[in-house]
Design a binder for this molecule. Structure first.
Ligand SMILES: Nc1ncnc2c1ncn2[C@@H]1O[C@H](COP(=O)(O)OP(=O)(O)O)[C@@H](O)[C@H]1O
Ligand SMILES: [Mg+2]
Length: 310
């Protein structure tokens, strides 16, 4: 059975309850984070036919324990999750203005996931990850790690690939998580040069490198040595590069769009599921798109889906 370790940070999410009013603001809690979203959807797709593990560090508090129980209940492996005594998980609150525009407030500067690959557990973690077939992480994972931990992860990637392991990477560029854009460019390019499957958004290339069209994004990333690039571009198109060959796939129109949170994360899960199950790129892109459409038709990052057959 194929195994994949997905590395990153899952946070406590606070969102305004429907029954909330101006006099009496009420918030509900759930859990979310780009890499966890991918792990969740991949586990839903694979239904036990793939070993999907989430790799993070949490605290030893009740919320951290609840989070781990939630992962396990979703079919996501929790064996390599570290519990750091005294730490508590990162938190974010979704705020919605009068026009329905959403913005996010974060409390994650002290989050335990930032210490990944730097604690006493690190050797055990790396040994566990070396046993996997695939590793997957994102630009958010890299942004929250401290430079030492990031270097440890990159070295692990080199060792992992040397023994035949494969790496999937989504750039998920979030400007405020980086010191400046130069740091982000440098680190994300390093990740590209170490991955086998890149799943970036064209928006990230536009924002960080000023690239106007998807051809330019594909060219730039392929020059870093990536063999398979799946370039997402919202409702426009999905461009897939495989060893010099470029194919553009149209995006099927969504009949309902309620909340686009986790569109890219769930797309990644669908693509990974189909591709790691041996499907060709066209089928994999269609599967990924179908899952993303179900996710954006519902409120919230983590929602129930009907898994398409492949
Ligand atoms: N408006 C939309 N209509 C249909 N599909 C969409 C729409 N927005 C996103 N998707 C699907 O979700 C995928 C990821 O969305 P995108 O916005 O490119 O990623 P991200 O959420 O990472 O920025 C797209 O490739 C597409 O399949
Ligand atoms: Mg994304």
């Amino acid at each position: 059975m194929t195994s994949i370790g997905i590395i990153g940070e899952c946070m406590v999410e606070l969102f305004r309850a429907e029954e909330s009013s101006q006099q009496n603001e009420l918030f509900k809690k759930r859990f979310g984070g780009d890499t966890y979203n991918t792990a969740y959807y991949l586990a839903q797709c694979a239904r036990g036919n793939m070993e999907v593990s989430y790799i993070t560090a949490l605290g030893d508090d009740s919320l951290s324990c609840e989070m781990i129980d939630t992962f396990a209940a979703a079919g996501v492996g929790t064996d390599l999750i570290e519990k750091i005594p005294g730490a508590v998980p990162g938190l974010y609150m979704i705020q919605t203005d009068e026009k329905g525009e959403r913005s996010f407030l974060y409390w994650r500067a002290q989050a335990p996931a930032r210490q990944l690959f730097q604690t006493a557990f690190s050797e055990q973690l790396k040994a566990g990850l070396m046993q996997k077939d695939w590793l997957c992480f994102s630009g958010i994972t890299l942004a929250i790690l401290y430079p030492e931990g990031r270097e440890e992860l990159f070295q692990l990637c080199r060792d992992f690939r040397a023994k035949g392991g494969k790496i999937a990477f989504d750039s998920n560029y979030r400007p405020r998580l980086w010191q400046d854009s130069d740091e982000a460019k440098y680190v994300l390019n390093q990740a590209y040069s170490l991955c086998d499957l890149a799943l970036p958004s064209h928006d990230d290339e536009k924002l960080l490198f000023g690239l106007e069209n998807t051809d330019q994004s594909i060219q730039r990333i392929s020059k870093l040595g990536v063999h398979e690039i799946v370039l997402k571009n919202g409702s426009e198109s999905v461009t897939i590069y495989t060893d010099g060959d470029v194919q553009i796939f149209p995006v099927e129109t969504a009949s309902v769009i309620k909340d686009t949170t986790a569109a890219g994360d769930s797309f990644n899960a669908g693509y990974l599921w189909a591709r790691l199950s041996g499907k060709e790129i066209g089928v994999s892109a269609a599967t990924a798109g179908e899952i993303a459409r179900q996710v954006i038709a519902q409120q919230g990052a983590i929602v129930p889906i009907t898994v398409p057959s492949i």
